[in-house]
Design a protein around this ligand. Structure first.
Ligand SMILES: CC(C)(COP(=O)(O)OP(=O)(O)OC[C@H]1O[C@@H](n2cnc3c(N)ncnc32)[C@H](O)[C@@H]1OP(=O)(O)O)[C@@H](O)C(=O)NCCC(=O)NCCS
Length: 150
C-alpha cells in the first residue's frame, strides 16, 4: 500500500478524535478513559498553538489511514502511533513509524522513544521492525528507543 504523510491540519480534528476513542486504542493507552469531544478539541487546537506534540497524518491515496505524533523534548522526542481501525494489520503502522523516523531525522532529532504496553504485540513488533530496542519495562509499560544519528 502506498502511503504518504503530511502535517495534521485543523480539519483532521474529528478523524483524530475517532481514532483516539477507538476501544483498542484506549486499551493500549496509558490513560484508558474515553476522551470527551470538547477536551479533544481544545487539546488538538493547542497542538497547533504550541507546536508540540507535532501530529502527522498518514494517508493512503485520499483516505486518512492513521497518525503519528512526535512529542519534542529538546533533541529527543516521544513517538506515538495510532492507525485507523480499518487499516490495522496491513503493514501501515510499521510504515507510519518509518515515516516518522524520517521526519524526526529531518527535524534534527537525535533519538526517539516510545512507550508500549507489554500486551500490545502489534505495536512492539512495529517498533522493533523499525530498529527500536526495548530498553526497560515497568508496571506493564515498555520503553523502546532508537538513535537517529551515530
Ligand atoms: C499498534 C499499531 C500501531 C500497529 O500498526 P498495524 O498497522 O496494525 O501493524 P502492522 O500491520 O504494521 O504489523 C506490525 C507487526 O505486528 C503484527 N501484528 C499486527 N496485528 C497484530 C495483532 N493484533 N496481534 C499480534 N501481532 C500483530 C504484524 O504481523 C506485524 O508483524 P510481522 O511483520 O512480524 O508480521 C496499530 O494496530 C494501532 O494503531 N493500534 C491501536 C493504537 C495503538 O496500540 N497504538 C500504539 C500505542 S504504543
Amino acid at each position: 500500500m502506498k502511503l504518504s504523510i503530511r502535517k495534521a491540519v485543523r480539519s483532521d480534528c474529528k478523524a483524530v478524535w475517532t481514532w483516539r476513542n477507538d476501544p483498542v486504542t484506549r486499551a493500549n493507552s496509558r490513560n484508558t478513559a474515553k476522551i470527551p469531544w470538547r477536551k479533544h478539541v481544545s487539546w488538538f487546537a493547542e497542538t497547533f498553538e504550541r507546536g508540540n506534540p507535532q501530529i502527522f497524518i498518514v494517508t493512503a491515496g485520499r483516505v486518512r489511514a492513521g497518525l503519528v505524533s512526535l512529542r519534542m523534548n529538546g533533541k529527543r522526542a516521544e513517538v506515538s502511533v495510532n492507525i485507523a481501525p480499518s487499516f490495522r494489520g496491513k503493514g501501515v503502522g510499521s510504515k507510519a513509524i518509518a515515516l516518522a523516523c524520517k521526519i524526526a531525522a529531518k527535524l534534527g532529532l537525535v533519538s526517539l522513544e516510545a512507550f508500549v504496553k507489554k500486551t500490545n504485540a502489534a505495536s512492539q513488533k512495529a517498533f522493533e521492525k523499525n530498529d527500536f530496542v526495548k530498553n526497560s519495562c515497568k508496571k506493564g509499560l515498555c520503553k523502546y528507543c532508537r538513535r537517529l544519528v551515530s
